[in-house]
Write a new protein. Structure first.
Length: 295
């Protein structure tokens, strides 16, 4: 039994104290390794996000290579009976009928190519000259071969004969080129120039102050004076007379930023859609137009 000390405690064995110290040191080492591992892992994670950018490198060499034989290469040992052993497990039975390959076809002189025929003629001439001991040219050989042949008749090119036209008072040919008759005066087409459309000198002008709120208008621009606005109305009427024929001119004085200007507007629209269609037609011809509403 353990001895009781004066203070009433017990004496701990020395072995248990050594084991406790070892356990403490082991826990401290594990904790330190864990902290170091977490630090290294965090550093690697940051370094990978910063410098670990994936790089896609192009493949070296051509992407496609043309084969030496575009038609493909035939596999060896095709058509053999032994090939069926790997396919079906047994060899094919012997064939019922065997057909030998045909003999090579000999071409006649007229079927031989021109280059081969010239070579054959040269070799024939050389053999004939060698056998006779004299020098014979190709021309002499051709002349001897065509000695009894009858020459073909020389064909003369046919001449095209112009058609004859019977004209009173002219014996041969035409003395003067024919011309179409003059169009009758009643059928002549007269086209008026585009500038012939002029603006009316007395355009109907409506006072801007007399228009009630909510009136649909089309603003054609803003100018420094009323006279310039009226001239611009006449110019636009010359271009778009078909659209502005039933419209009335409105010149409204306005001020903005200490500056006075005059708005040129068109009046006479049934609703906002009518004003939008009017402006669409003018904008399509590169003219300024904005549908507005009086306030």
């Amino acid at each position: 039994m353990a001895e009781i000390q004066a203070n009433g405690g017990f004496d701990a064995p020395e072995g248990s104290m050594a084991f406790g110290k070892m356990a403490n040191w082991a826990g401290a080492a594990v904790s330190l390794a864990l902290v170091v591992g977490v630090g290294v892992w965090g550093y690697q994670l940051v370094a990978r996000d910063v410098s670990g950018i994936p790089v896609v490198r192009a493949a070296e060499g051509p992407m496609r290579i043309q084969p030496d034989d575009p038609g493909g290469a035939a596999a060896v040992n095709q058509g053999l009976a032994v090939n069926s052993v790997a396919a079906t497990g047994s060899a094919e039975p012997p064939a019922d009928q065997l057909i030998l390959a045909p003999k090579p076809i000999q071409l006649s002189d007229e079927d031989v190519a021109q280059g081969q025929l010239a070579t054959a003629v040269s070799s024939t001439a050389s053999a004939a000259a060698h056998s006779s001991g004299t020098s014979v040219s190709v021309d002499d050989l051709v002349a001897s071969l065509t000695q009894d042949a009858e020459p073909l008749e020389t064909l003369q090119p046919a001449r095209m004969k112009a058609p004859e036209v019977d004209v009173p008072g002219v014996e041969r040919g035409l003395g003067r080129s024919l011309r179409p008759q003059t169009r009758p005066a009643g059928l002549q087409k007269t086209s008026a120039p585009a500038a012939s459309v002029s603006a009316p000198s007395g355009a109907v002008e409506v006072d801007a102050g007399s228009l009630p709120a909510g009136t649909r208008l089309a603003q054609l621009g803003a100018y420094e004076s009323a006279e310039i606005a009226r001239k611009e109305w006449d110019r636009l009427f010359g271009r778009f007379g078909d659209y502005m024929d039933d419209k009335k001119r409105v010149i409204q004085k306005a001020e903005s930023g200490g500056r006075t200007f005059y708005r040129l507007r068109a009046h006479g629209f049934a609703d906002i859609n009518d004003a939008r269609r009017f402006c669409s037609a003018l904008v399509a011809e590169k003219a300024e137009c904005i549908p507005v509403t009086t306030r």
